[in-house]
Design a protein around this ligand. Structure first.
Ligand code: PMP
Length: 393
């Protein structure tokens, strides 16, 4: 049977990691893989997670199944985290999923069941897996203008003009904060304008919130989503604990459905459970059990919030440090790095320049010019600044 299969190409980020590992140079830098690293270049287990893990080992008495929806304590905590203080909180339901990836797929499947020929509009560019996931669920995909390669910021006018054409058969996917790959976020005024368009023209917003707390902190990063949830009748959210709890491999996330009543939200949740049943059936428990413990224990919550604040402050410092180091070398071309949010920035470098970075400087970035600022170590800044200025001369 499998003889008929043609070989698949290795994921570009994966092949980049392999090439990086094999590079013998001491000053090499990996800006590819999307994980946070501390100043020692490690992706540590957060302290709050370690404490919750210790407690879990002491108190857990069984590994028996939990439920199709995973942990309801976790689900409630995710809704509290994203929707507290909004009218949407009382008309929302949630299902624990294997990461935000699982949530994206379950929500796309739900949309396909509810309204089969829906088109999902994605930012141009968007997270590499958005299109494959939406298409695998049977949805059509279209891109709307987003990133302006000249200014390296969002072109709000072009975005809103295009989104004004979306209607009831459309779903508009938005990045909750810390846009992947560009680092360019929409403003609060944009959130308001898109909410008004959704209400006027009938499209449903779909928010992918994978980096809550990595941009300007928990409150500010969630403000646009909260406004939208408060002011629209229907909306779905895919959220992740991979980055902000550092639980990447534990596959911890949630699909949240907001509807006009709790009854409708529960109906949609029931449908997701049927879809999950015929797929992975139940999400893994470990990560969600830890998050549920952290968010329901004030001491652990405080430790987690402090750690998350330290991570986002460090990313801001790295952004400032890199921009300054580039300026000191006489170039203002990369000033946008300081304004971008979250882990990534799209640099606008050509594939030739990316190749030069790799060959001459041992700096590994993805072919689309995305660099992972959160993967940098302070000691890398001068070498990276030197290389960026040199390749873009
Ligand atoms: N959405 C976006 C925008 C992402 O960048 C990622 C990957 N970090 C995901 C979803 C998937 O996240 P997870 O690891 O939780 O499945």
């Amino acid at each position: 049977m499998f003889k008929s299969l043609s070989p698949v190409q290795l994921d570009p980020i994966l092949s980049l990691s392999i090439a990086y590992r094999e590079d013998p140079r001491d000053n090499k830098i990996d800006l590819g893989v999307g994980v946070y690293r501390n100043s020692l270049g490690e992706t540590p287990i957060m302290q709050a997670v370690q404490l919750a893990e210790k407690r879990l080992i002491k108190t857990q008495t069984t590994k028996s199944y939990v439920a199709l929806a995973g942990s309801e304590v976790f689900n409630q905590s995710m809704m509290d985290l994203l929707l507290s203080g909004t009218s949407a909180h009382s008309r929302a339901s949630a299902v624990q999923t294997p990461g935000a990836s699982g949530a994206l797929r379950m929500l796309a499947d739900l949309i396909n069941v509810a309204q089969p020929d829906t088109t999902v509009w994605l930012t141009n560019p968007s997270y590499v897996n958005h299109k494959p996931v939406m298409e695998a669920a049977g949805l059509k995909v279209k891109y709307y203008p987003y990133f302006d390669p000249e200014t390296k910021q969002v072109n709000s006018e072009a975005m809103l003009n295009e989104l004004a054409k979306a209607g009831p058969k459309d779903v508009v996917l938005l990045h909750g904060c810390c846009h992947n790959p560009t680092g360019a976020d929409i403003t609060f005024a944009d959130w308001q304008a898109i909410t008004a368009l959704a209400n006027k023209n009938g499209f449903m917003p779909f928010v992918d919130m994978a980096y809550l707390g990595f941009g300007d902190g928990l409150e500010q990063d969630g403000a646009g989503l909260k406004y939208m949830a408060d002011n629209t009748e229907e909306m779905v959210v895919a959220t992740s604990c991979s980055k902000n709890f550092g639980l990447y491999r534990e596959r911890t996330g949630a699909a949240i459905i907001i509807s006009n009543s709790q009854q409708e939200a529960q109906k949609a949740k029931g449908r997701i459970l049927t879809l999950a049943r015929s797929s992975y059936t139940m999400p893994p428990d470990h990560g969600a059990a830890l998050v549920a413990d952290i968010l329901n224990d004030q001491k652990l919550t405080n430790i987690w919030k402090d750690e998350l604040d330290a991570m986002h402050s460090r990313i801001l410092t790295l952004r400032q440090g890199l921009t300054q180091a580039i300026r000191q070398r006489g170039s203002e071309q990369f000033d946008f790095i300081e304004q971008h949010k979250g882990m990534f920035s799209v640099t606008g470098l050509t594939s030739e320049q990316i190749l030069t970075l790799r060959e001459q400087y041992g700096i590994y970035a993805v072919g689309d010019g995305r660099i992972n600022i959160a993967g940098l170590q302070e000691k890398h800044i001068d070498h990276l600044a030197e290389a960026l200025v040199s390749v873009s001369r």
